[in-house]
Design a protein around this ligand. Structure first.
Ligand code: PLP
Length: 420
């Protein structure tokens, strides 16, 4: 392979040598000419998932009817164990697929606060994803606790030193995103978890942008709790159930604030009072979404087959290629990199900053390149490694360069709003 060149032939060579190239054939491509750099928001549809959901609906539900609950009942923990072993570095019995990230965050953060009586501070950072900040603020208000916000640079992400400054003997829980939703900055899970434990607090990680894009080692890092969604790199589809992780040492100790019957010991005894199941299943609430959980299982199988090591390596190469082209073509046109420059310090997406990011994003969509806009002035580009080619990155950046040069983004109103 030749060294980096801004010539398209370099991207063609990288694609030809890509060990993951054949995985594209395993996905639905409704419009083959579309360049999709938003797999970090909603991943593409795996063909196996379409088949599996059809099978769940037509056969397991259509024919099996209620009898299918015999094998459906364990699906949240089966899919959880698969995610745990292949993508999260978690031994069996610690991961469940259920509910949404938001709801799981509530359940685990509230349970953590309950496990640290006398401690009244929850710590997060001011650039954490909105739902995380809102949920934690809600719990703090409900429990008479304080929410302490670490001030974080939105482009470089939260640091271990800032966490060390923020925690003290009053801290019950620290909750942070592993990969920042805007910049892609990757937090040091091992070091931060250690700092939080030294302060006697529990650590809860949001893995929405990390699962399937970076290797995660929850057990090895000593993490207590984690949540994450499955519709991004896991390709499980819009609104597919999320996952939660509770370290084995804690699952019999923490109590879910949602005392649902799926978390009950001897569920079908229909007993008079809530008595939580001894292990992780106490964090289930109500009847699980079976079609959605089946989609998570398919997505996890596909990523397991690709291998998180190879996905990570390709993700770093794709984003490095993207930033190198941006340096060459877009920096002279007023763009700056709004993500860590070192690939090892970011996930699989990057942000480019430009005062007209919103309108450029609209013009890109018109030209058949889907990325994302993020406030205040960022174009977020996520080349999901399992389906994105190096030539896609070249074409997307070339289109961006033309749109900025010819100012065709001015066809769009300046007012930011919802993308797509
Ligand atoms: C870091 C992070 N947390 C949480 C969420 C959303 O949670 P939910 O699936 O409950 O909407 C997102 C969505 O993009 C996210 O990026």
């Amino acid at each position: 392979m030749t060294t980096f060149s801004a010539d398209r032939s370099y991207a063609e060579e990288c694609d030809a040598a890509d060990p993951l190239a054949s995985f594209r054939e395993r996905f639905a491509f409704g419009d083959p000419s579309l360049i999709y750099l938003d797999g970090n928001s909603l991943g593409r549809l795996p063909l196996a998932t379409a088949d599996r959901i059809a099978d769940v609906v037509r056969h397991e539900w259509g024919t099996g009817l209620i009898r299918s609950w015999e094998h459906w009942i364990d699906l949240p923990s089966r899919a959880g164990d698969l995610l745990g072993s292949q993508l999260l570095g978690a031994a069996p019995g610690q991961v469940l697929v259920c509910d949404s990230t938001t709801v799981n965050l509530y359940k685990l953060a509230r349970a953590a606060l309950g496990a640290r009586p006398g401690r009244t501070v929850i710590v997060t950072d001011d650039d954490n994803f909105p739902t995380d900040r809102y949920v934690l603020a809600g719990i703090a208000a409900e429990q008479g606790a304080d929410l302490r916000l670490i001030r974080t640079d939105m482009d470089t992400g939260v640091t271990a030193a800032a966490v060390a400054d923020a925690v003290d003997a009053a801290t019950a829980l620290v909750s942070l995103s592993h990969v920042a939703y805007r910049s892609g900055a990757l937090a040091d899970m091992r070091q931060i978890t250690g700092i939080v434990h030294d302060a006697g607090a529990l650590m809860l990680w949001d893995l929405c942008h990390s699962v399937g894009s970076v290797p995660v080692e929850l057990d090895a890092c000593g993490a207590d709790l984690a949540v994450g969604c499955t519709y991004k790199y896991l390709n499980a589809g819009p609104g597919a159930p999320a996952f939660l992780y509770v370290a084995a040492a804690l699952s019999g100790v923490l109590r879910s604030p949602v005392q649902g019957w799926f978390g009950q010991r001897d569920q079908f005894q229909m007993g008079p009072a809530y008595d939580p199941a001894p292990g992780i299943s106490r964090f289930l609430a109500g009847t699980p979404d079976i079609a959605g959980t089946a989609a998570v299982e398919e997505g996890a199988r596909l990523l397991a087959e690709a291998g998180i090591g190879r996905l990570r390596e390709k993700g770093m190469r794709l984003t490095s290629y993207l930033t190198a082209l941006a340096d060459e073509w877009l920096t002279p046109l007023g763009c700056t990199l709004a993500s860590p420059r070192d690939a090892a310090r970011r996930g699989s997406h990057v942000c480019l900053r430009h005062p007209e990011a919103w309108r450029i994003g609209r013009a890109l969509i018109r030209a058949g390149v889907i990325g994302d806009y993020r406030t205040p002035d960022r174009l977020r580009l996520g080349p999901a490694p399992i389906t994105t080619r190096f030539t896609d990155v070249w074409d997307a950046l070339d289109t961006t360069r033309r749109i900025i040069e010819d100012k065709s983004y001015q066809d769009f109103p300046a007012e930011p709003g919802r993308v797509t």
